[in-house]
Ligand binder design. Structure first.
Ligand code: SAH
Ligand code: SF4
Length: 371
């Protein structure tokens, strides 16, 4: 059976080579070729003996997912629709800034968690992505950015993608094993060599998985808070019914013991008239009082039939001032790539929904309404 070597982190690759009767150090060489140099053809690997290259070519492939569409925004943001088979596609976004280049990666085809303001959540859920499909997004983005710059392979030391955020489609902690393996490849010096501070995982708050992550692969953590009390959070981030705010805050505190940064970033989507009053801001201060944190306010990015509006900018400013006056660092996320629907929560991809979500939603429409 042909194996796709993009599914392996270095230890898994070392055991693979051992099974082939080869020295485990070959794993390091191969990781460098595949991930550092972006090779997909064994013939390119000139420091590996020809006999081994031929053996590999017979039983293994280096197969990144195919790119269906690539779009470039006026502001330089790029979005790839990555084909993951069976009419499913996920989206990957590159956001260039003066001092860094951030890649936003998807972890699932759709999402099963149904946050009410999220376009991915509305698409329903099909399946988890494999390691090759997750790390393959980094591979594909690197490949395409190099080509845009006129290189086949980058000069040593050059790094266009300096940061990765697991903030694309899906809940990364609901695809735990594959996401952790992919992140280990991101951190591996022979592969992408990113520091743990430059890889951020965003979760809607899967408490037991947060506890596992701090032991297995403690990267920087962002938590999608979005509401300052359980009543409202139960409604807009339904996973809150399972892991309510007090438990989530305690999990954040435990995470910080092992985290590469000494704060958690709380993401807070600004929904007009829903969660954006001064009262909400004051409640929020009380909820987070025991967790060292920063805030990232995200103006709601609209999508068709969302039923929500973006908070007015003076309300966002007032909300932010309450947090800042209490001594917190607050950033208001700039919307990037809006013209190509690449902003937070706008990633829709192509999801063959297995949860029949749209059907269920349709049933909630009162009888008598013309469809
Ligand atoms: N599932 C993970 C990561 C993906 S979403 C999570 O929920 O954290 C990345 C961020 O975008 C999350 O904070 C999410 O709540 C937010 N988001 C989702 N829909 C949005 C929208 N329409 N406008 C702005 N932000 C949104
Ligand atoms: Fe899933 Fe995150 Fe969207 Fe919620 S906000 S539905 S957890 S992708």
């Amino acid at each position: 059976m042909t194996v796709n070597l993009l599914n392996f982190d270095q230890p898994a690759l070392a055991s693979y080579f051992q099974e082939l009767g080869e020295k485990p150090f070959r794993a390091k060489q191969l990781m460098r070729w595949m991930h550092h140099f972006g090779a997909s053809d064994f013939e390119q690997m000139t420091d590996i003996a020809k006999t081994l290259r031929e053996k590999l070519a017979q039983q293994a492939v280096i197969q990144p997912p195919a790119v269906h569409v690539e779009q470039v925004s006026d502001d330089g943001t790029r979005k790839w629709l990555v084909d993951v088979g069976n009419q499913n596609g996920v989206e990957t976004v590159f956001i260039p800034e003066a001092d860094r280049g951030t890649l936003c990666i998807s972890s699932q085809v759709g999402c099963a968690l149904e946050c009410t303001f999220c376009s991915t959540g509305r698409q329903g859920f099909n399946r988890n992505l494999s390691v090759a499909e997750i790390i393959g997004q980094l591979w594909v983005a690197n490949h395409s950015l190099r080509q845009a710059d006129g290189y086949d392979m980058l000069p040593a030391g050059e790094r266009i993608i300096s940061n990765v955020v697991m903030m694309g489609m899906g809940e990364p902690l609901a695809n735990y094993d594959n996401v952790v393996t992919a992140m280990r490849i991101m951190l591996d010096d022979s592969a992408y060599g990113l520091s743990r501070r430059r890889v951020t995982l965003s979760t809607s708050g899967l408490v037991p998985a947060m506890d596992r992550l701090k032991e297995d692969c403690p990267v920087a953590l962002a938590v999608s808070l979005h509401a300052p009390n359980d009543n409202l959070r139960d409604e807009i981030v339904p996973i809150n019914k399972k892991y309510p705010l007090a438990e989530l805050m305690a999990a954040c505190q435990r995470y910080l013991v092992k985290a590469p940064r000494d704060f958690v970033t709380f993401e807070y989507v600004m929904l007009d008239g829903i969660n954006d009053t001064l009262q909400h801001a004051k409640q929020l201060l009380d909820v987070v009082k025991d967790v060292p944190c920063k805030f990232n306010l995200i103006p709601f990015n609209p999508f068709p039939d969302s039923g929500y509006d973006t908070s007015r900018s003076d309300n966002i400013r007032r909300f932010r001032n309450v947090l800042m006056q209490a001594g917190y660092v607050v950033t208001t996320r700039k919307t990037r790539g809006e013209d190509i629907d690449a902003a937070c929560g706008q990633l829709a991809g192509k999801v063959q929904d297995k949860t029949r979500r749209s059907e269920r939603r349709a049933r909630k429409i009162p009888i008598g309404v013309a469809l």
